[in-house]
Design a binder for this molecule. Structure first.
Ligand code: ADP
Ligand code: MG
Length: 626
């Protein structure tokens, strides 16, 4: 006996053990999905074989049909799923059936709570695949022979799902994979023709290969096809139900939950192709992992070519799942060729348009679903503002914000809503950026706007400041960060108010000069504010300077930033500022000036450069006042 034929016992990867334990408990009420998962894998294996046979014609002799057979034996309490697809070598069986390939799995599992319902959702979104067999079976045997290997190189894999599996080399007469499930006592209902046919029709109708079962009422080995067995996207839309689309989504996405929306299109013209694009219901656990696979499943004339063909989607639409089937790409197309083909770019922008149309329609017709989309994927879509200049306007319409109008943390207001509520005389769309929603809405920079009943967007996502720098304008209105440059209230301020302000300005000019001197090195300049109503002072940056959020981002990325000094704006109507005006130059004036500056820094969520100095100043002032 050679080492290869020896039986060997191996342990599952730690994560598999954990997943198996959790899955068996939390998916118990959904256990029929095992069949869908195994047929889905069998279909993938047939797809892979057909693709590999393009280069190795001997692997799929002409006339041989690829198919999936489902059998059962109520006496032995087994269900068997067999395919004549690509098969597994011994090494592959060890690797693919003993580990979880997805990176970040350990972290994902650590999020599970022990609460069955919540965990079922989480696990579902992770995709349970082959391991779902163990929900219904207490012993699973896999017999497989890889395409291109001879009969002696079959493999038998077996496990009871409790932590270990065994593999041994066996002789197998034909190519492909046969999975035998030894059903648990309480799952014996599945060894039944009626039950299995129902499940195949319900969950696997869309599978492009025939799923065959023994013909009913006949003792012969005759079989009949139970499913539709036609690539779903090639079927006419009118023949497809929502359930068909949903089940197909689960197959292509390896997601367990339902999609939020889909768009099925045939494009004719210079390039002919069909797309079926899905927006998932929930963000995958690895949405923020930049290495996570993404993209569409690529078919050429119905032949599967590639998983995760990322060339067909811009990065900011990486959450989209689905298929693209081209009529005129060569069958031997590779990732490299896709990268070089200028036509692919045209397809990509066509597909991006479809997705944006789909989202626009969703936002219009089903706002609740759109709200749920926004919660899951809004942060990713925001990247599109920077990434996709051509569609910036369409993306801008899809953005949702928290604003001072609604005064709730939920991001549910569109720019169209905002513009419709603009005050007479208002020229700009105002916004404030902070670390949290709460500090955004409390920002002193908003005081005057609030007093005038003018709405502002409250931004606090990490990417917001960066995104706003690309947004420029919306329907001819430019955006204004309320903490930068000139607020430009325009006609929102009456001529009388303006006149009074000019007077104030003149009266306070001397104080501004004295403060500039007292705070020299800390501020760029000191001037009378247009923004404040209640606070004594605030800090303002220039239009071109990085804001607080960008500074934090860049500093975290290790970039040294030029220390830009802000301008201090004072509110002459505030008693503290009035008091300052009365004080002669000297220590108390300098202390109060310093305190004003420190307060302004804290109020906008900044950090004091000299906290100890702040404490000393504050104490001196407290004592002087006592
Ligand atoms: P996924 O389908 O998401 O990759 P699964 O857990 O369903 O995850 O399957 C794990 C892997 O096992 C597959 O990626 C494939 O490599 C292998 N596999 C499972 N079933 C088969 C099969 N019938 N034929 C060939 N390989 C299979
Ligand atoms: Mg699978």
């Amino acid at each position: 006996m050679t080492t290869a034929t020896q039986r060997e016992t191996r342990g599952f990867q730690a994560e598999v053990k954990q997943l198996l334990r959790l899955m068996i408990h939390s998916l118990y009420s959904n256990r029929e999905i095992f069949l869908r998962e195994l047929i889905s894998n069998a279909s993938d294996a047939c797809d892979k074989l057909r693709f590999r046979a393009l280069a190795e014609p001997a692997w799929l002799p002409a006339g041989e049909q690829l198919a999936i057979d489902v059998d059962f034996d109520p006496t032995a309490r087994t269900v068997t799923i067999a395919d004549n697809g690509i098969g597994l070598s011994r090494e592959e069986a060890v690797e693919h059936l003993g580990t979880i390939a997805k990176s970040g799995t350990a972290e994902f599992l650590s999020q599970l709570t022990g609460d069955q319902q919540k965990d079922a959702q989480l696990i579902g979104q992770f995709g349970v695949g082959f391991y779902s067999s163990f929900i219904v079976a207490d012993r699973v045997e896999v017999y497989s022979r890889k395409a291109g290997l001879d009969a002696a190189h079959g493999v038998r894999w077996e496990s009871d799902g409790s932590g270990q599996f065994t593999v041994e080399s066996v002789e197998l007469p034909s190519r492909g994979t046969r999975i035998v499930l030894h059903l648990k006592e309480d799952a014996k209902e599945f060894a039944d023709a009626w039950r299995l046919r129902g499940l195949v029709r319900r969950y696997s109708d869309h599978i492009a290969f025939p799923v065959r079962m023994p013909t009913e009422g006949k003792a012969t080995a005759e079989r009949e096809t139970v499913n539709n067995a036609q690539a779903l996207w090639t079927r006419a839309k009118s023949t497809l139900s929502d359930e068909d689309y949903v089940e197909f989504y689960k197959h292509v996405s390896h997601d367990f939950g339902a999609p939020l929306a889909w768009s099925h299109n045939r494009v004719e013209g210079k390039r002919e192709y069909t797309t079926l694009l899905y927006v998932p219901g929930r963000a995958p656990f690895d949405l923020w992992n930049r290495e996570a696979p993404r993209g569409l499943k690529l078919y050429v004339k119905r032949v599967f070519i590639l998983d995760d063909a990322e060339q067909f989607l811009p990065l900011y639409l990486r959450f989209v799942k689905g298929v693209v089937d081209s009529s005129d790409l060569p069958l031997n197309v590779s990732r490299e060729l896709l990268q070089e083909d200028p036509e692919i770019e045209a397809m990509r922008s066509g597909i991006a348009r479809r997705v944006l149309d789909l989202l626009t329609k969703l936002a219009k017709d089903e706002p609740e679903k759109y709200a749920s989309f926004w919660k899951e994927f809004g942060q990713v879509l925001k990247e599109g503002v920077a990434e996709d200049a051509t569609n910036r306007e369409r993306i801008a319409r899809l953005l949702r914000f928290a604003t001072t109008h609604a005064d709730r943390e939920a991001q549910d207001q569109s720019l169209e809503h905002y513009v419709a509520r603009m005050r007479p005389g208002q020229k700009h769309v105002y916004y404030v950026v902070a670390d949290t929603w709460n500090s955004a809405r409390q920002s002193p920079h908003l005081e005057r706007l609030r007093q005038k009943g003018v709405e502002a967007l409250l931004l606090h996502d990490r990417v917001d400041e960066w995104m706003m720098s690309y947004l420029g304008e919306f329907e001819g209105r430019s955006f204004r960060d309320v903490s930068r440059g000139d607020l430009d209230l325009g006609d929102l301020v009456s001529p009388e108010e303006k006149a009074a302000e000019t007077q104030n300005d003149e009266a306070a000019a001397a104080l501004c000069g004295r403060l500039r001197e007292a705070l020299s090195g800390r501020v760029e300049s000191v001037r009378v504010t247009q923004r404040l109503a209640e606070s004594p002072a605030c800090l303002v940056r220039s239009e071109n300077d990085y804001g607080l959020q960008m500074r934090k981002l860049l500093e975290a990325a290790g970039q040294a930033l030029p220390s830009a000094r802000p301008t201090l704006e004072i509110n002459p109507a505030h008693p503290l500022v009035k008091k300052l005006e009365q004080l002669p130059d000297g220590e108390q004036f300098r202390d109060l000036a310093g305190l004003l500056h420190d307060e302004a820094t804290l109020a906008e969520g900044g950090q004091l450069a000299d906290p100890a100095g702040f404490v000393r100043r504050l104490n001196r002032l407290l004592l002087a006042g006592a």
